[in-house]
Design a protein around this ligand. Structure first.
Ligand SMILES: NC(=O)c1ccc[n+]([C@@H]2O[C@H](COP(=O)([O-])OP(=O)(O)OC[C@H]3O[C@@H](n4cnc5c(N)ncnc54)[C@H](OP(=O)(O)O)[C@@H]3O)[C@@H](O)[C@H]2O)c1
Length: 338
């Protein structure tokens, strides 16, 4: 099988480290270029666990040099920075998987409203394929440019979409109660994420303002074809990694638990990274350091209570990005991920 040469842009952050870790075990992919604005130290000095595992210099961002070295670029950059780097990479003929939020919202005015920045790349925004393989694998397989979903939106879409598609729940009555570990905020230090601020506390944040809300809404509406009305309430929990979403969906009259289980079975039969938990409940512990999303569903006083757990750094970021790369290059979706 032909080698896939990979460049990582924004190589010094958390999603980059996670991408490197997984790609070092990939049967076909090889990391050939690491780009960052910090070039003074080798990558294993920034990430000591990589000592003896990868011996590549960190180089400046140079689309021509990346085109010579790689077939695909993973963008592990903050939003706004990502959309400044995508056009030269696509113009150079590379395939691109963007882990940022810059190309997830299809409407540039919605992007500007939530991200407080005008979108500067309408052409590639229109072309970007939303990289949720469970629902868009056909589009991903033929894409040059994939926008990797957010971590909370991945869990929400996987948990809710099958029941919406099957017409079992009211699209206007969706409540998502979500909690994430602190790595979701990235490696850049901030007071909010300082250890004494986060340790031994469980807090909500971003009610009515979290930027993943419009992405969840867009994804659910695209998959189901229905207008959706929802509440999304995120929390931070003092763990390194992991997301658990508890989702409350109003059951339509006559909808039964067995209908819901059949809907998940239809949606996820043959999908390697979604596991239905029938005899116990999802936990962040069971999915940590894996690319699995675990789901359970109960019917309780007229509502389906759906739980979905995943690792924000893996199925919520780097693992899903590699899954998308596998699909874009026509290899086994699970390569390097099991
Ligand atoms: N963390 C998660 O769980 C998660 C999940 C899903 C998606 N994401 C998304 O993935 C992207 C990367 O997240 P992360 O957690 O890896 O962030 P991070 O740890 O903060 O790393 C981002 C890297 O981007 C580089 N960078 C920052 N500002 C830049 C700029 N203006 N121009 C060029 N490079 C810049 C920095 O590297 P240098 O300073 O070395 O250049 C930094 O190491 C973000 O868009 C994030 O929203 C994160």
């Amino acid at each position: 099988m032909k080698q896939i040469r990979v460049a990582i842009i924004g190589a010094t952050g958390y999603t980059s480290l996670e991408t490197i870790r997984w790609l070092l075990k990939h049967p076909v992919a090889k990391i050939t270029y690491l780009a960052s604005r910090q070039q003074e130290q080798p990558i294993h000095e920034l990430f000591p666990e990589l000592l003896g595992r990868i011996d590549l210099p960190i180089a400046p961002f140079d689309a021509h040099a990346i085109q010579q070295a790689a077939d695909v670029a993973f963008l592990c950059l903050p939003h706004v920075a990502a959309m400044q780097h995508v056009p030269p990479l696509l113009d150079a003929g590379l395939k691109v998987v963007d882990l940022s939020a810059d190309y997830r919202l299809k409407d540039a005015t919605v992007y500007e409203k939530w991200y407080k920045h005008a979108h500067s790349d309408a052409k590639n925004l229109a072309a970007a394929v939303y990289g949720l393989p469970e629902f868009f694998s056909a589009e991903i397989k033929s894409a040059s440019f994939v926008s990797n979903p957010g971590c909370y939106p991945t869990a929400a879409a996987l948990g809710i979409a099958p029941l919406l598609q099957a017409g079992l729940v009211e699209p206007a009555d969706i409540i998502i109660n979500a909690a994430s570990g602190i790595s979701g905020a990235g490696r850049t230090p901030s007071q909010l994420h300082h250890f004494p601020e986060r340790n031994e506390t469980f807090e909500s944040y971003g009610i009515a303002s979290h930027r993943h809300a419009p992405e969840i809404q867009q994804t659910l509406e695209t998959i189901s074809g229905h207008a959706v009305h929802m509440l999304f309430v995120p929390h931070l929990i003092p763990m390194d990694r992991g997301i658990l979403e508890t989702i409350y969906l109003k059951a339509k009259p006559g909808a039964k638990l067995e209908n819901a289980l059949a809907a998940y079975d239809r949606a996820y039969r043959g999908k390697p990274f979604v596991r239905m938990r029938l005899n116990n409940l999802p936990s962040t512990k069971y999915v940590a350091n894996t690319n699995f999303a675990d789901i359970s569903v109960k019917l309780y006083n007229g509502r389906f209570v759906v739980l979905c757990a995943l690792d924000n750094m893996v199925k919520g970021a780097a693992g899903q990005a590699i899954e998308n790369m596998n699909l874009m290059f026509g290899i086994d979706e699970t390569a390097g991920l099991l």
